[in-house]
Design a protein around this ligand. Structure first.
Ligand code: WT7
Length: 664
């Protein structure tokens, strides 16, 4: 309710915005594209929606099956019992390695790795990848890992991470990758929750020339994980790893044992068997173990890679995400390798040692498809454009973006400065839960509108609905749901049957609720407006910002409200509300008291705002998204370094907000 109310004005600004620009696919991209006009997209899209089983049966051929499936789709979103390609049997590692190693791609680079140090590079051809995967799969077996067992992987972005994941898949073990930036505690929690028996880590990772002591963190995590019997350690930096006898061993020593063969038959997995678990935080307390099953996930990863990035055999595909995130799973590893592509893994950072590191790497390897996050683009945008121009980026063809809405200015900078107006920019919207991209402009077929992720991918039936589930008018902001299942959709939450349905399918029964706000314009383009489920933690109690905002706007004098958390010595985090009152209302202490009363009454004392600021306007991007990060900063007493404010629709507002916040 709040959300709708708070966003009503933003919705208007989206559709009424005169500056809404349309950027058509550059000719050179379009000419070579696999789908090169809107009509073709439309035709396929309609087929995928009207005859989903026909469509997905056809697309299933992107992977090789050991046994054919007998049913394309079973179950559905009513109960969250959707299942894809039932009866089909296949193996993910076979599909990513063996089948290419058996063709002319045998000596093609599957993985190119660039370390943080310029001279650290490695290439794994498809044949080499195949051998490594087989050998490591045999190592896992030797350690007693069996089909269905979970294995946690806590590694830097190095080729061993890919080998380890595929080796798990080869023997039917379920990989659980934990991002190397997570703490010992988060690692421990994820190891325990997943019930992993084995951990794969490295001596250390590298970051800005410094070592990240992964093994040390792993040791600490393992103190509280008695179930873990073995820990295999990659020697990556040469840092002391303090192997613990009886539990730890070196990767390279395991791999060269005489009893480790280079042949390992791939396990025949059921399409519905889990391929991996990946933890992600939700709007409730502990991270959820999102489970993806084999057949559907692989088909979806392959198809989206094929069409959204228009990947072909001569491409060098660089997705800058860490393998510890879903983006790394689907677009560093599975998508590109399923299609026999070349994937580039870069261990380093965008701005180390200099702000042109990404461009230098892109030039060095003649990258043609580049996929990164708006936050990266924004940070590089702050540097002089010369850092970009000093590199020959003529090999680039497709520029992708993912992770948050990319605002139009950042989009244009990416398009102009990095792409030199000769590359397609694709803003890709998706989630850990969706397995792959669900909204994006296909680069040769769909004109882009900077700031919008454009149109649904094949098989995705989105709708923007209000709180009652009624579809919003074009331009109206609401919540984004997906009405039909698709193969990339998660199969469940690990160890918690029922949670998937409860979390995602009950807000709008029978529909998948993304948790994101969105508006669809007259052309059906989707404009993502950010999470509607922001979460605060006040004295150990989890609170949703939306819920508190809703309680505040319930007061008849209030027009709009935005709630953020701020650091509090005792509570950890406390609630701060920015409120716009209706015209003619007196903004005094009495009103603030009434608002507090209202929140107490509706949610309870715990949610009662410590601070209430009555303001003229909320900081919003031109696409209407409240810039919560600005409010959060101001609320925590930081009045500078707001980052990129280019998107702010009312730049004068900041000083007003600071004045109000500082005075209160
Ligand atoms: C949330 C999912 C799977 C990508 C990496 C993040 C936001 C992601 C976009 C985009 C607007 C986006 C959403 C979504 N998001 N991409 N192109 N435009 N918002 O995966 O950690 O599961 O987060 O990221 O809010 O729900 P994740």
């Amino acid at each position: 309710m709040t959300y709708a109310k708070a966003s009503a004005s933003s919705a208007v600004s989206i559709s009424a915005s005169e500056e809404q620009r349309i950027v058509f696919p550059p000719k050179r991209v379009q000419e070579r594209a696999q789908i090169r006009d809107y009509g073709h997209y439309r035709e396929l899209y309609e087929l995928s929606i009207n005859y989903p089983t026909v469509f997905w049966a056809l697309q299933s051929r992107l992977v090789d099956w050991m046994k054919p499936f007998h049913k394309v789709l079973g179950g559905g979103l009513e109960n969250g019992d959707h299942s894809w390609y039932e009866g089909g049997r296949l193996n993910a590692s076979y599909n990513c390695a063996d089948r290419h190693a058996a063709t002319w791609r045998r000596d093609k680079a599957a993985i190119i790795w660039q370390g943080e140090d310029e001279n650290d590079t490695r290439t794994l051809t498809y044949y080499e990848l195949y051998i490594q995967v087989c050998r490591f799969a045999n190592v896992l077996k030797k350690h007693g890992v069996r089909r269905g067992d979970r294995v946690t992987i806590y590694l830097p972005l190095i080729p061993e991470a890919a080998v380890a994941m595929l080796a798990c898949a080869r023997i039917g073990a379920v990989h659980n990758v934990v991002f190397g930036g997570f703490s010992a505690e988060s690692l421990g929690e994820r190891i325990r929750d997943s019930g992993s028996k084995l951990l794969i880590t490295a001596d250390a990772g590298k970051r800005r020339g410094e070592l990240i002591p992964l093994k040390e963190y792993a040791d600490r995590a393992l103190e509280s994980c008695p179930e873990v019997e073995s820990c295999i350690v990659v020697r990556h930096t040469g840092a002391p790893a303090g192997l613990i006898g009886g539990r730890d061993s070196w990767w390279h020593e395991e791999m060269r044992q005489a009893d480790i063969f280079s042949v390992c038959l791939p396990e025949e997995m059921d399409s519905c068997d889990p391929l991996f678990i990946l933890y992600t935080s939700g709007s409730t307390g502990k991270p959820k173990g999102v489970v993806h099953s084999t057949g559907g996930y692989l088909v979806y990863a392959a198809l989206t890679t094929r069409y959204v990035f228009d990947i072909r055999d001569d491409d060098i595909f660089w997705c800058t995400a860490d393998i510890g995130w879903i983006t790394g799973h689907s677009y560093v590893l599975y998508g590109p390798l399923l299609l026999g592509g070349t994937t580039l893994m870069f261990e380093g950072l965008p701005n180390y040692p200099r702000p042109d590191r990404f461009w230098q790497v892109a030039e060095k390897f003649r990258v043609s498809i580049f996929y990164t996050a708006p936050t990266v683009i924004r940070s590089l945008m702050r540097e002089s454009e010369d850092w970009v121009y000093r590199h020959d980026l003529g090999s680039l063809r497709i520029l992708g973006s993912v992770g948050e809405p990319i605002n139009p200015d950042v989009w244009m900078w990416y398009y102009r400065v990095v792409g030199r107006e000769r590359c397609a920019v694709v803003d890709t919207y998706w989630q850990t839960e969706t397995g792959g991209i669900i909204v994006a402009p296909l680069p040769g077929a769909i004109p882009a509108k900077p700031g919008s992720a454009a149109l649904p991918f094949f098989g995705i039936k989105p709708a923007v609905v209000d709180r009652d589930g009624r579809e919003c008018e074009p331009g109206g902001a609401g919540q984004l749901v997906i009405e039909e299942p698709w193969p990339g959709l998660m199969s469940g939450v690990f160890g918690e049957p029922g949670r998937f349905k409860q979390n995602y399918l009950t807000a709008y029964p029978g529909k998948y609720f993304t948790g994101d706000g969105a508006a669809a314009d007259e052309d059906g383009y989707l404009w993502l407006l950010g999470r509607v489920d922001d979460v605060l933690n006040v004295s150990g109690h989890r609170l949703s910002t939306a819920e508190i905002e809703s309680a505040i706007v319930n007061h008849p004098s209030v027009a709009e409200a935005a709630v953020v958390g701020f650091p509090h010595e005792i509570k950890g985090e406390a609630v701060c509300a920015y409120v716009i009152v209706r015209s003619g209302v007196k903004a005094d202490q009495e009103l603030k008291d009434q608002i507090r009363q209202r929140v107490r009454g509706i949610i309870g004392p715990i949610a009662c705002p410590d601070r209430i600021h009555i303001v003229r306007e909320l900081p919003k991007t031109r696409s209407g998204k409240i810039m919560r990060r600005v409010l959060r900063k101001i609320s925590s007493g930081e009045y500078e370094n707001f980052g990129d404010l280019a998107a702010l629709s009312d730049p004068g507002l900041i000083s007003e907000l600071i004045e109000e916040a500082a005075g209160a």
